[in-house]
Design a protein around this ligand. Structure first.
Ligand SMILES: *Cc1c(COP(=O)(O)O)cnc(C)c1O
Length: 416
């Protein structure tokens, strides 16, 4: 496979035109502004609350998942990329139980629902692992729509608490995730349509008593759960002695589906580091929903189909045709760049991450690394941006450690 990064230059003058031709491209904010770009629609107190909730639940999660030797904390390591000074990887691919970043936002949103059920049923959080609590929880059902990982994560944790779980999967979802959920007693509803339509259908199924919907396009709890990760990474950077200031900016590469995960993290990081952090959202060339939202100025009204894109990609975690309005309202102005990368380049980086660092990534996660070269090209032709020569590059590895061996081997073979 050729390295497209060294081949044809990407077109940044007309990103929407490049997408119509199925080519890699980037949209850069004309100038990185002084303002953080974060609106007050999600107050910092709500993010602190999310962090507290995750801590409150850690003991009961540790109890319920004792067989997996998990302490109940949702934390991942900050890794160095071998032999590339200034390159770091945030290891969410290795998050416990779920093996993806959904353990942050998705599991947080679920825990908030469980907290409300517990209050209504008169249960304390520390008794939620008891057989009695399980019986009470089993009268409630959680519904979620997903391209795979959100449903996988919420389904596993919901079933472990004893809740009914109804997981609506779009066409993109991999069978091993559905099989695993069914084995845990979740109801998996398969839809032969894209993610946006699957979500609309899931909403219809949720209009009943004791049924709780986690709505990826409107759920603040997802966003705040992801945002809580920014405190974790900030303290890891301090521990490592990595400075983030005007002379040493931090460039964060964030794979983007509807935008909740990258949006939440952007929210937290921009609040803390302001213009010294540069946030780069990364999408597949076939599903660039955030890119079309920002480059067209049409926001969440824009779909990738409007710009000739197919929404068919190997990166199932990112196969979303329309961005979240909630995310655009909260942090749309804080997104500094969006890079659209080809599936071929993602697969190539699945291979490199494994060979260079023994890091097991799915294509969605490898997209973060795949965005490096196209971003460099785009920056070289953009004026008005600060000098990023001394920057630290932080690639957010959003998932992959739970990929079955045969799926992973097939990716490695495709990368060769
Ligand atoms: C869900 C997901 C993302 C993106 O999250 P959104 O909230 O949909 O933007 C990125 N990578 C992986 C592996 C995911 O599962």
């Amino acid at each position: 496979m050729t390295d497209h990064g060294n081949a044809g230059l990407i077109d940044v003058s007309d990103p929407l035109g490049a997408l119509r031709c199925g080519r890699e491209t980037a949209w850069l904010r004309p100038m990185v502004s002084d303002a953080s770009g974060v609106t007050s629609s999600i107050p910092a107190s709500e993010i602190d609350e999310a962090a507290h909730r995750l801590r409150r639940f850690a003991p009961v999660l540790a109890h319920l998942f004792a067989d997996q030797r998990w302490d109940g904390q949702i934390c991942s390591p900050l890794l160095d990329w071998p032999e590339k000074p200034g390159w770091m990887v945030k290891g969410d691919h290795d998050l416990p139980v779920t093996g993806s970043i959904k353990a942050r936002g998705g599991v947080h949103a679920l825990l908030h629902i469980i907290e409300q059920i517990a209050a209504a049923e008169g249960l304390a959080i520390d008794e939620l692992a008891s057989p009695f609590a399980r019986t009470r929880l089993s009268c409630h059902r959680v519904i979620v729509a997903s391209t795979g990982n959100l449903g996988f994560s919420i389904g596993i944790v919901a079933r472990t608490f004893g809740l009914e779980a109804e997981i609506h999967m779009s066409l993109d979802a991999k069978s091993w995730k559905k099989d695993r959920l069914r084995a845990l007693g979740a109801r998996v509803v398969e839809h032969r349509c894209d993610y946006s339509e699957t979500l609309s259908r899931a909403r219809l199924a949720a209009n009943f008593n004791k049924v709780w919907l986690i709505d990826d396009e409107h759920c603040r709890d997802l966003l705040t759960g992801y945002a809580a990760a920014s405190d974790e990474v900030a303290s890891q950077l301090v521990q490592r002695g990595v400075a983030v200031d005007a002379d040493h900016p931090l460039i964060v590469y964030l794979p983007c589906g509807v935008g909740g995960a990258p949006g939440g993290i952007t929210h937290g990081l921009k609040r803390r580091f302001g213009r010294n952090v540069i946030t780069v959202f990364v999408e597949p060339v076939a599903s660039p929903c955030m890119l079309v939202a920002l480059a067209s100025g049409r926001g969440a009204a824009a779909t990738v189909y409007d710009y000739g894109c197919s929404n068919v990609t190997l990166a199932d975690g990112l196969a979303v045709p329309q961005a979240s309005q909630l995310v655009l309202d909260a942090v749309g102005g804080a997104i500094d760049a969006v890079v659209a990368v080809s599936d071929a380049r993602m697969v190539q980086w699945v291979g490199r991450a494994w060979h260079d660092g023994r890091i097991r990534l799915e294509p969605s996660a490898a997209s973060a690394l795949a965005a490096f070269a196209p971003l460099q090209q785009a920056l070289a032709r953009q004026s008005g941006w600060p000098d990023l020569g001394q920057a630290t590059h932080l690639f957010w590895a959003t998932g992959g450690s739970k990929l079955p061996d045969e799926e992973f081997q097939a990716l490695l073979e495709a990368a060769n």
